[in-house]
Design a protein around this ligand. Structure first.
Ligand SMILES: [Ca+2]
Ligand SMILES: [Ca+2]
Length: 91
């Protein structure tokens, strides 16, 4: 894991948990307060993950505590921690 963090913008700043939260919230396209796999894919796309679909799968697998296939408000913290560990950068 983690090989997709190496090709980031070299001068970007590490993304903060607040920024990650904002990105995930904004990626809730249908505003139902839940992040589907499709919405997660969009979020990881914005984080310039090399393989957003893979990250969406991993992130969902990691954060989806109740196994309903979506990330809810309570599970979002875990998703943010996961994304934070990947060391994404913002420019
Ligand atoms: Ca949604
Ligand atoms: Ca869930």
């Amino acid at each position: 894991m983690g090989f997709d963090v190496m090709n980031k913008t070299p001068h970007g700043l590490p993304v903060t948990e607040e920024q990650l939260r904002a990105i995930f919230m904004e990626s809730d396209i249908n505003k139902d307060g839940l992040l589907s796999k499709k919405e997660l894919k969009q979020a990881f796309g914005r984080l310039v993950a090399l393989i957003p679909a893979f990250r969406a799968y991993r992130g969902l697998h990691h954060a989806d505590a109740n196994h309903d296939g979506v990330v809810d408000k309570d599970e979002l913290d875990e998703l943010i921690k996961y994304a934070n560990r990947l060391g994404y950068k913002v420019t």
